[in-house]
Design a protein around this ligand. Structure first.
Ligand code: SF4
Ligand code: FE
Length: 492
């Protein structure tokens, strides 16, 4: 089957029986819901750009499984160049949406489950790798969006999955049948889960022998019997439900999406199982998936950062301060921070290596350094953007006020006229454009998009401490000590 167009993708979602709940109610037409639709538009952009000849090299690639042309979001990376192109593609998508475009979690799951299943089969003679290749061929041929679901609720963090008072705190097998397994549990803050066609579930931590029933990975359709989602709300999200608030929303077209995904006795046929009890491989999937997603942030956050730097520069221009050396210097600092993140994304890709299964893995140390920087630099970029924009980005009256004809002034001036009078700026700049850029900055710094640009920079793909553990493991302090000893003439 050919690549889907953006419209075909949106239409394909309507055919699913995905169960979505929000504000205590079932949402039947979630595809057109004003709070959900922007996140669907973001994923649709991954389809639209793949149809655009100018982005063909970045967005499409030959499948290593079938030789067919596929969307890079469904690709198994075949070289370090593929890894770098992945990061560049993510930067492009960040630039075009100023949001989290969600489809990467599936891509990162494909690559980590592909290589891990190969190694499980090698040790145990299981057939998980064949299962996975068949599943991925189906995904590529149908150009599907797949959610990579990793983060369990975790309950008491001091206890292993098997020690939890409630066994559902980690996704687990509750029944083993001849033809498959039945699973229960949940995954928290799942990016893009609602508008994915399928899900790949993976364990979220390393596991011991007692955790066998929790060491499970599988694929299932998003509308599987027993599966449902409870939508996560975002800062300022109900602005999207207001009439005449497209400017106040800041980014009316695009947005991210997270949800709680619940598995209530979902049956998984054998052919969709990729790990089932081989507990010592749980850690391998986690480490590889986290590594890929930490690389991803060196692309997507950089693209979004580009839009924020552009918005700050426009705000300065609209306010008439773009020539001030302090403003120029702040824009340089923002650019420096943003490009440093890109350097990290490219570097961990360039230093990638071939796995036993044949696809390419990033350099783990550098990917963790990348993500550790992402937990810091976007915060500084946001601080500088707020500095340049000024307080107006959070104190401006509503869009409705700007067009209101309610009379307030002594001489019959309307609220709209008063707003437009006092929020006017330099000649040649409309008050509306000033409003638009201020709200855009507000959206990224502390509105709905701040979920993707700020908090997700902190906690997405693992919280900062998770990277520090990996940096400690990969940092080779012993080797560095020896270097110092050799030069300093220390003989033990
Ligand atoms: Fe993709 Fe970035 Fe969103 Fe992760 S946070 S899904 S890498 S856009
Ligand atoms: Fe993320």
């Amino acid at each position: 089957m050919a690549l889907m167009t953006a419209q075909e993708y949106i239409d394909s979602l309507r055919k699913l029986n995905t169960r979505v709940y929000m504000f205590g109610e079932k949402i039947d037409n979630w595809v057109d819901h004003p709070m959900i639709r922007p996140s669907i538009n973001c994923v649709a952009m991954t389809y639209a750009l793949a149809q655009d000849p100018q982005y063909a090299d970045l967005m499409t690639v030959k499948s290593s499984l079938t030789g067919h042309t596929i969307n890079r979001f469904t690709h198994l990376h075949q070289s370090t160049e593929d890894l770098m192109n992945k990061v560049k593609m993510q930067r492009l998508l960040g630039q075009k949406t100023a949001s989290c475009f969600q489809r990467c979690v599936g891509m990162d799951a494909f690559n980590s489950v592909f290589s891990t299943t190969y190694e499980i089969d090698e040790k145990y003679g299981t057939h998980y790798h064949e299962n996975f290749k068949k599943f991925l061929t189906f995904v590529q041929d149908n150009d599907l969006t797949v959610d990579g679901a990793m983060t369990d609720p975790k309950g008491d963090r001091s206890k292993a999955p098997s020690q939890q008072a409630d066994p559902d705190m980690y996704v687990h097998v509750v029944e083993r049948r001849e033809d498959g397994i039945v699973v229960c549990g949940a995954k928290c803050h799942q990016t893009g889960s609602i508008n994915s066609h399928w899900h790949i579930f993976m364990p979220t931590i390393s596991m011991g022998e007692a955790d066998k029933d929790w060491a499970v990975s599988f694929a299932c359709p998003t509308d599987a019997e027993g599966m449902y989602m409870i939508y996560g709300r975002q800062s300022c999200d109900t602005r999207k439900m207001e009439a005449d608030a497209s400017i106040d929303v800041g980014n009316a077209k695009f947005g991210g999406q997270e949800a709680l995904v619940v598995l209530d006795h979902v049956f998984i046929p054998n052919e969709y199982i990729f790990l089932n009890g081989e507990y010592e491989f749980a850690g391998m999937i986690v480490e590889r998936f986290a590594g890929y997603h930490r690389q991803s942030y060196g692309g997507c956050k950089v693209g979004v950062g580009d839009t924020l730097i552009g918005a700050a520069a426009l705000a300065a221009e609209y306010n008439g301060v773009e020539k001030a050396s302090a403003v120029k210097d702040k824009l340089i600092e923002m650019t420096h921070l943003n490009e440093t993140l890109f350097c990290c994304g490219i570097a961990c890709s360039a230093q990638g290596f071939k796995t036993k299964a044949g696809n390419y893995q990033i350099d783990l140390l550098l990917a963790n350094v990348c993500k550790q920087n992402v937990t810091r630099f976007p915060y500084e970029i946001v601080r500088l953007a707020e500095d340049i924009a000024g307080g107006l980005m959070v104190t401006m009256p509503s869009q409705v006020d700007f067009s209101s004809d309610t009379v307030v002034g002594r001489n019959g001036e309307t609220i709209g006229e008063i707003c437009n009078k006092f929020f006017a700026t330099r000649e040649g700049v409309s008050t509306e454009n000033r409003q638009r850029i201020m709200r855009f900055i507000e959206n990224l710094c502390l509105g709905a998009a701040a979920v993707g640009y700020r908090t997700e920079s902190m906690h997405g793909a693992g919280s900062p401490q998770a990277q520090r553990i990996m940096i400690a493991r990969q940092g080779n302090i012993q080797g560095k000590k020896q270097l110092a000893k050799d030069i300093a003439g220390i003989k033990d």
